[in-house]
Design a protein around this ligand. Structure first.
Ligand SMILES: [Zn+2]
Length: 460
């Protein structure tokens, strides 16, 4: 087995789940999973599976689902939740308020924020995370994130993000936090060589992720795409998030955001955009034809009053859609189950009378986006479903809680429609990440104390 692949050796039997949702179309009562060396060998009714294993877990009274996949985040922003000056601002003013604060981050801030954000995600059912960090002040590096991610044990798609268009060149960020394109591309190559795992079961993958059209030069966008394709790496950026951004693109490039990115080679099965709110019907069609993906971030879009993404249109056009909690400064949490619920609620509003048209999103639709959809967006064929040959990444939620009282008519829908709670157990590659609502790999109490100290030092 390659280094960094799933590491739990031996057999695992998780059985007697009240209902197990495979995301392959089946909801199995008294369900069970049998895994060997981190890979699922069999799923089905408990009675039909082996009756012993190296480790046997009884999930009586639990709903079992594939682990949730987060397709857009900025873990460092857990340091700047609810900053007073950024609480009520739209995207551009929100960024102008936070850029100088983020500019003070050190490698310690990046490392600890990565651990804290991933811990919160794990406790809320996430097992695979993409993070989009695009500024690297005071010597901080991707390596700090890799170190911070290690104790939590989630699959981590880390990005070498970037900003190269400062204020003096017409961009939004201050010049002090943008980098030179040459050094960005050089570090991208270093990070790919150091950390990217292409194989199935990979625990770490690298994504190239320039920040946005208003903070990155067109040359760097183009060169990043060329490097990503040369190395077989996926690529990601923020796009069409707000009306401000659309105005910026039309004024500067005489192109709408999606058109601008198409010009630069940023369309295809190896590309996904965060947000994609302000997108026209013909652009949706082209995104579907090209295979471009979208990270839908409903909480952030509401929090910053950015707008309502055309998710129904994306799904109808064959666009790959996953969910993202987005950075914790615009959410202000890293709770994946909460994001599934927000997805359902916001997209119900999207078809309300006077707003739009189309079919209502169901609880199961929202769970599908968070699992199968997220796996497709990240370009993975080894997660998102519970089936033979898939990684043993799954979560279990105990139904015996006050928040679910009275909801046993449909426990699967209850996970989405009732108030979001954490998960009781989770496994990544057959290895336990959450046990009895507690993180296995890190002490949350001391993490929170250290994180609060570091957050205080940024705003000091
Ligand atoms: Zn974002």
């Amino acid at each position: 087995m390659a280094p960094g692949s799933v590491v739990r050796m031996g057999t695992l039997l998780a059985r007697h789940a009240q209902v197990m949702v495979t995301m392959d179309g089946a909801e199995v009562e008294d369900g069970a999973i049998f895994a060997r060396d981190g890979w699922i060998e069999t799923v089905g009714a408990t009675a039909d599976l082996p009756d012993s294993a190296d480790e046997v877990v009884d999930l009586h009274g639990h709903v079992v689902l594939p682990g949730l996949v987060n397709t857009h985040h900025h873990l460092y922003q857990t340091l700047t939740r609810v900053v007073p000056g950024a609480q009520d601002a739209g995207l551009f003013q929100w960024l102008r308020t936070l850029y100088p604060i983020w500019a003070r981050m050190t490698p310690d801030h990046v490392r600890v924020a990565t651990t804290v954000g991933l811990a919160e995600l794990a406790l809320s059912g996430c097992t695979t995370v993409f993070d989009h960090q695009y500024l690297w002040p005071n010597g901080s590096k991707v390596d700090d994130q890799i170190e911070g991610a290690d104790p939590v044990g989630l699959r981590f798609h880390v990005s070498r993000g970037s900003m190269s268009l400062g204020e003096s060149d017409g961009g939004l960020p201050p010049d002090s936090i943008v980098e030179k394109p040459g050094s960005i591309l050089e570090d991208c190559q270093r990070v790919i060589q150091s950390y990217h795992q292409a194989e199935r079961g990979a625990m770490t993958r690298v994504v190239l992720a320039p920040c946005s059209p208003f903070s990155v030069t067109t040359d760097l966008m183009r060169d990043t795409a060329a490097l990503a394709r040369d190395q077989g790496i996926t690529m990601h950026t923020h796009l069409a998030e707000t009306a401000d951004e659309e105005e910026f693109c039309v004024t500067r490039f005489e192109r709408r955001p999606v058109e601008h990115m198409e010009d630069l080679g940023w369309a295809g099965a190896d590309v996904w955009y965060a947000h994609a709110v302000h997108v026209a019907p013909d652009e949706i069609t082209r995104m579907g034809d090209a295979g471009t993906g979208v990270a839908h971030c409903p909480t952030s879009n509401m929090r910053l009053a950015s707008g309502l993404a055309p998710v129904g249109g994306y799904l109808a056009a064959g666009v790959r859609v996953g969910l993202g909690v987005d950075g914790s400064a615009s959410n202000d949490s890293s709770n994946m189950l909460a994001e599934v619920r927000q997805t359902l609620l916001l997209n119900r509003l999207a078809v309300a009378p006077g707003v739009g048209a189309g079919a209502q999103m169901t609880a199961r639709d929202a769970l599908k986006l968070a699992t199968v959809g997220g796996a497709a967006v990240l370009g993975r064929d080894d997660i998102g479903r519970l089936a033979p040959g898939m990684a043993a990444d799954f979560i279990a939620i105990d139904l015996d809680r006050i928040g679910f009282a009275g909801a046993m008519h449909d426990p699967v829908a209850a996970v989405v429609l009732c108030s979001p709670l954490g998960v009781d157990h989770s496994w990544v590659g057959g290895r336990r990440v959450v046990e009895d609502r507690r993180l296995v790999g890190a002490d949350v109490g001391s993490l929170v104390a250290e994180h609060n100290h570091l957050a205080g030092s940024l705003l000091g």
